[in-house]
Design a protein around this ligand. Sequence first.
Ligand code: PMP
Length: 430
Amino acid sequence: GHHTDFLNMNIEQLNQHYASLKERYDEYKNQNMKLDMSRGKPCPEQLELSKSMLDTVTSSDRLQASDGSDCLNYGGVDGIPEAKELFAQILGVSSNEVIIGGSSSLTMMHDTISRAMLHGVYGSEQPWVKQPTVKFLCPSPGYDRHFAICELLNIEMIVVDMLHDGPDMDAVEALVSQDDSIKGIWCVPKYSNPDGITYSHQVVNRLANMKTKARDFRIFWDDAYSVHHLTDQPDPLTNVLSACKEAGNPDRVFLFCSTSKITFPGAGVAAMAGSVENINYMRSLISVQTIGPDKINQLRHTRFLKDMDHVRSHMAKHAAILKPKFEMVLGKLESELDGKNIAFWNKPNGGYFISLNTLDGCAKIAVKMAADAGVTLTAAGATFPYGRDPRDRNIRIAPSFPSVKELEKSIEVLSICIQLASIDKILLEQ
Ligand code: PMP
């Protein structure tokens, strides 16, 4: 980097720096900006890419699935065949290992864990809730809504560090081998939320092979960003269901995904997958809850997305919109913060986030200062269980929704706030 390491500056230099940064901060504050980088929402241009999907189903069409069933009527609790086939391709499983849901994969995750609490999973001796405590491993930073599900259901969360190639597997193996109240682990295996990390082959294999004290342990494999690449060289991800089968643990994993960030987050299609035993058990419970999900939306999606080749070319259009935004954020972070030794961030090959770590104890205050200047970020701490980042250093940046111009300003403001917070901390410690 071309900047001076803040940790090598003397007090006078730091104070000078602070004064000029504060001036820039106050200027921005006076502009009364209102920029939102808090959630990973697609921008309007991205939504536009799928608008024509709405025309694939019209009142004059035959609204029959490939098996001849009428999509307007009851039936098909686990989805129409062509939707199962499409999601099987996306998730790398067989179509008889898939259940199609409603519009949200988060709902399927929530319901899967709720059912496990009430009834157990395939092979459980008793409902999870019958145990004095139920615990989940939470690789962190991670997805706040996963943690919210655990919190709601009173599932104790154990933080496991995210390393450069996935969760700290030494820690995971040690924990699951000793404690039979640990029933699950949250995984976002590809372009993880928020780190943008893809699990290595070794990590996937260790997850599939590890000895778990709980015989009904489950991996919650949230493959939300499986086709959401930002480069021509996608990160490879080992097939977890195959790995589990090879390890002799075919029932260990539930996979989830949706088209929320392929078509529409408000009107997409979600799916889950797993071994035939897992899926049969799940289907039997789901069929009490509903006679079936929205098959018209499944028809729309399969007519529009067709197959993996079409999904890939459709996702390339998303990437073309998102890439300049990620480049703006990364470029701005580099020009503002690189070499100062106060912030460290990932350069993801896909997904929706850039994860940044400040010096310990600086994230909350930096996010608050940015908010005071009109730039809303994901709440500091949200990427950890119970909203508590033990080192108060992780900031999740969601570049998808704002325009490139808005991002330029927002990241400048954030960078100023991080520097101010860092100088405050360094001076306090001197
Ligand atoms: N999982 C992850 C990791 C996410 O980042 C998100 C947010 N897009 C979701 C799940 C939510 O997915 P859905 O819209 O299918 O509920």
